[in-house]
Design a protein around this ligand. Structure first.
Ligand code: UT7
Length: 325
């Protein structure tokens, strides 16, 4: 049965210039390059410059995605920005991006699902497009986690980085099966009983401060492995796509060990896994679109390929999506 599909027309990304290596961090906190690499796969991360906000990173990524798509900002009618580190408590940072890129016909808002934010934002935009409330959407993941880290806590400050990525979606007609191009399915879950495993100890309503990130790493790790395995299975089953049909696995980039465990579980071989955690660290909602853009630029991901996404983060919130590129 014919159906609307949200087809990816282009993507773009942006990383701040400043690179901070594990060596440099080992001068600030009691850690070593060897520990960070062995436990996470992270070698370095980017950190936003003073005065460089989440919306600035998002704007760069959005402009690059529009250029790659060959679509003018005026033709965008929806902007969904996934971020847990907005410029201000309100308004939505998405409206800053809207003004900066000149997408004056769009409606724009932020989505907050922390590290799962990009999958959530993609699903939200896909629903608007499929319902016909918008024709062309910018879906952005952008973060400046460096601003909410406790730089004295070695258990968290070595794990995160700053960056942004974006995709442009356009509503097109599909035949309704899994050979269509576009977003084929999205699957979202949350379980607020695990709120305290990964949170920020501040906020406008509670402390009137931005707060700092707190994480029970081992606990989150265990949940990540089981919940991601189950949502990936759900996504493949819903689309009738087998692991052998997946061309590219583009997971949230939190920890190389989690990513490799998921790939192994699905039987997806290493060369099909897009891995950027080594150079980007965990950029939360930005990590998937950053990885997508890298693999499109270096011509690994091509039109028609099946791309499988997954992410989990604070909430806990998690999800997966299948896209035919
Ligand atoms: O994106 C949102 C989702 N987040 C995630 O998916 C993160 C999930 N969790 C993880 O990736 C891992 O749990 C971490 C990378 C955070 C930690 O790795 P781990 O293998 O679970 O280590 P651990 O927390 O069990 O710590 C092992 C040891 C501890 O020392 P003791 O108690 O064994 O003496 C820590 O104090 O490593 C110590 N440690 C460090 N040592 C050197 C913790 N952080 C550091 C550090 N450098 N930076």
């Amino acid at each position: 049965m014919k159906t609307r599909r949200s087809v990816v027309m282009g993507c773009g990304s942006y990383l701040p210039q400043k690179i901070v290596t594990n060596e440099e961090l080992s001068e600030r906190v009691d850690t070593t390059d060897a520990w960070i690499v062995a436990r996470t796969g992270i070698h370095e991360r980017r950190i936003a410059a003073e005065g460089q906000f989440t919306s600035h990173l998002a704007t760069e990524a959005a402009n690059r995605a529009l250029a790659a798509a060959g679509i003018a900002a005026e033709d965008i009618d929806l902007i969904v920005l996934a971020t847990a580190t907005p410029d201000s408590t309100f308004p939505a940072s998405a409206t800053r991006v809207q003004a900066a890129i000149g997408a004056h016909s769009a409606f724009a808002f932020d989505v907050q699902a922390v590290c799962a934010g990009f999958v959530y934002a993609l699903n939200v935009a896909d629903n608007f497009l499929r319902l016909g409330q918008a024709e062309r959407a910018l879906v952005i993941g952008a973060e400046t986690f460096s601003r909410i880290l406790d730089w004295e806590d070695r258990g968290t400050c070595v794990l995160f980085g700053d960056g942004a990525g974006a995709v442009v979606l356009e509503s097109q007609e599909g035949a309704g099966g899994n050979t269509d191009r576009g977003v084929l399915s999205c699957h979202l879950h949350s379980d607020g009983r695990f709120y305290d495993l990964l949170y920020v100890d501040g906020g406008p309503s509670s402390t009137q401060t931005a707060g700092h990130l707190k994480m029970s790493g081992q606990e989150v790790f265990k949940h990540a492995v089981s919940k991601l395995a189950s949502v990936l299975e759900e996504a493949l089953e819903a689309t009738g796509i087998g692991p052998e049909d997946v061309d590219w696995f583009v997971p949230h980039q939190a920890n190389r060990r989690i990513i490799e465990a998921m790939a192994r579980k699905l039987g997806i071989t290493g060369e099909k896994v897009i891995l950027t955690v080594g150079r980007h660290a965990n950029t939360s909602a930005a990590s998937i679109p950053l990885a997508l853009d890298e693999a499109v630029i270096d011509r690994r991901i091509k039109r028609g390929d099946i791309v499988l996404l997954e992410a989990i983060g604070g909430g806990l919130s998690w999800g997966a999506a299948v896209i035919r590129w």
